[in-house]
Structures are given as structure tokens and as C-alpha cells.
Design a protein around this ligand. Structure first.
Ligand SMILES: [Zn+2]
Length: 227
């Protein structure tokens, strides 16, 4: 009888442990991201950069449950300036950062080249200084827009700066731009709602606080839970 009771107790404990552990395992959604902090005219200071990145990590954790694990590297000069605000200018900068990421520079110098293949590398996001166009600071961003989960290979960029040349703060917009583009690498597509994955989040974020649409959350969580 005692043995039977023990079996029941152990079995129940096992079931409980299984039930308790399973959600922990299935909810372990995370994504590593190589973050490049590119310095140059108007770039964020150390403190402002830290706030921006921590805000993005918190936003993802709170709204989607996904843990972003950034690894920050500083690029001491603006290797890929954005010369205009049209799509082709931003696209040019995207090719530039892609070549930088895939190229010889950083990885050979640091001795951390990924065994000849970037398929195993984490996605990358570049925080660039403001685009300076017609003597004004502008903010743009670009990431993969195909709605594909490119957690291992995605490359995105956004401009980030603390204040524009009229003295208006752009900290919140810098955070939203980074969150939006990283969202694309995690398969979030554009949505019509007034949320972070709207195609025009920077303008919307001037007047209101933005969150992730439930559709975006589902897409991001699904992508983050892939190996
Ligand atoms: Zn977008």
C-alpha cells in the first residue's frame, strides 16, 4: 500500500514537473542579434545608445515574450552613410552594411569569422548616425520585407539620434525604428493597424506610443522559437 502511495506521489510529482517545465521550454523564445553601433556626425552618445537598445529589448520581452540577446560592437566611423531619404539611398546603405557584415573587415580582425558560412550567424542590426540631407537630420530604416523568418541571416539598419537639428527629441523614434526593422528579420510583415509594424511608424510615433499588433506578436514568436 505504501509503495502504491509512493508511486502515485512520484507520478503526480512527475506530471506536475512535466506540466511546469513544458511551458518554460516551449516559451524559451529568443533571438541573438549582432548589434553594430556606428559612430559619426550626430550619432547617439554611450548613454543614449544604451537606453535605446535596452528599450528595444524590454519592448520585445514585455510585448512578445521574446528575449533579444544583443551583442554590441562599435564601428568607429560612419562606414555606410545614408546620403538621401529616397528608397535607393537607403538601399545603398543596406548593401553597404551587408557587405561590411559579410565581408572581411570585422570578422577577420576579431578572429571570429563564422566557419565560412553566415547561415549560422545571428541576425544583425546596424544603428547608423542620422541621414544628413539638405543640411537636416533624417531618420530611415530598412530590413527584410518579405515576411520571412531570417533569424540567422537577417540584416537591417536604422538611423538613430537623440535630437534633430530643431532641438526636438528623437529618442523614441530611434527606438521604434530599430524595433520595427528587427521585427522584419523576425518575420513580422507590415500591418494596417497603428502599431510598430505599420509601414509608417516614425510619423505615427510622433504623436502616440506604439505597441506590437497581435499579428506581429504571433509572427515574431513563431520565428523566435525556430532553432
Ligand atoms: Zn517596414
Amino acid at each position: 500500500m505504501l509503495r502504491f502511495v509512493l508511486y502515485v506521489v512520484i507520478w503526480c510529482a512527475f506530471v506536475n514537473i512535466t506540466v511546469l517545465v513544458t511551458p518554460c521550454v516551449t516559451n524559451a523564445q529568443s533571438a541573438r542579434v549582432n548589434v553594430f553601433r556606428v559612430l559619426g556626425d550626430g550619432a547617439l552618445t554611450d548613454g543614449h545608445f544604451r537606453i535605446t537598445l535596452e528599450s528595444i529589448v524590454s519592448l520585445y520581452k514585455i510585448e512578445s515574450g521574446v528575449t533579444l540577446v544583443p551583442r554590441v560592437r562599435v564601428v568607429k566611423r560612419n562606414i555606410c552613410p545614408v546620403y538621401g531619404i529616397d528608397f535607393m539611398s537607403v538601399y545603398g546603405a543596406w548593401f553597404c552594411v551587408r557587405d561590411y557584415y559579410h565581408g572581411k573587415g570585422l570578422w577577420e580582425r576579431s578572429g571570429k569569422k563564422f566557419r565560412g558560412s553566415f547561415k549560422r550567424a545571428p541576425m544583425a542590426h546596424f544603428f547608423l548616425p542620422p541621414a544628413i540631407y539638405l543640411d537636416k537630420y533624417w531618420m530611415t530604416g530598412l530590413g527584410g520585407m518579405g515576411g520571412r523568418c531570417v533569424k540567422r541571416t537577417g540584416i537591417s539598419l536604422s538611423n538613430a539620434y537623440a535630437v534633430n537639428q530643431d532641438g526636438d527629441t528623437r529618442m523614441y523614434q530611434s527606438m521604434i525604428a530599430g524595433a520595427h526593422e528587427i521585427g522584419h528579420s523576425l518575420s513580422a510583415a507590415h500591418v494596417d493597424s497603428i502599431t510598430i509594424m505599420n509601414p509608417d511608424p516614425l510619423r505615427l510615433s510622433l504623436t502616440q506610443e506604439l505597441h506590437f499588433d497581435p499579428t506581429s506578436v504571433a509572427q515574431i514568436r513563431a520565428c523566435a522559437s525556430t532553432p
